[in-house]
Design a protein around this ligand. Sequence first.
Ligand code: CDP
Ligand code: CDP
Length: 221
Amino acid sequence: MKKNLQIAIDGPAGAGKSTIAKAIAKRLGIFYVDTGAMYRAIALKSLRLNIPVDHEEEVGHMVQQTEIELDHSEERRVFCDGQDVTEAIRSPEVSRKVSTIAAYPVVRQRLVQLQRQEAKRGAVIMDGRDIGTFVLPEADLKIFLTASIEERAHRRWRELLKAGKEVPVNEVKQDMEKRDRQDTEREASPLQPAHDALILDTTELTIEEIVDRIIALTDRL
Ligand code: CDP
Ligand code: CDP
């Protein structure tokens, strides 16, 4: 395997990106970088500081003064300005706001810089929305994971239920559709497959099947 192997995983919400990326990182013994966690940390900080997410200039100013750190242990904790925000960044409130701040070029510039630094640590699998198209355009393998909106909403709904949060599945679906639309229609690095990405529809596939397929593709790298 290449010393600086790069695998890019992109796709809409609930496609299975982080689950698959974590499993592959473990199987191959490489770093996993969750870029969505970084955008979520900025959205959470805006909420906590009462900075309205539609105030682009203020959010932009804040992001320049924010330190984000991803812990590479199995626990994969996320720190923002030294504070552990691992659980807090997954709240539905953050999920509802994150795509607004993720559309700001100033936010993206700062976070992409951090993400590229992470990729210099060694072999890496990184997931997000613009990894294959922008963050790591030279990645050795680019996968675009998708699944039907019904399946993706059900996956997220089941996950919330397991965490003790009962939310109507239709609400989950609507929030997801809205976020996907914002991510796809924004001007700065919109969600789209890279021209050289392999598109994998996971609607009917189990996690193990997807991981095995991707691992098989890394054999030649
Ligand atoms: O895991 P989930 O699909 O819910 O989302 P995530 O990967 O945690 O990303 C949260 C949000 O951050 C996305 O909806 C995008 O608005 C933004 N994001 C982005 O714009 N670019 C990335 N590379 C990663 C996330
Ligand atoms: O990162 P992303 O938002 O793309 O998705 P995820 O957080 O990895 O996956 C969302 C949920 O779907 C998790 O609870 C996964 O265990 C589940 N999942 C599944 O049930 N079957 C798959 N083929 C892929 C993911």
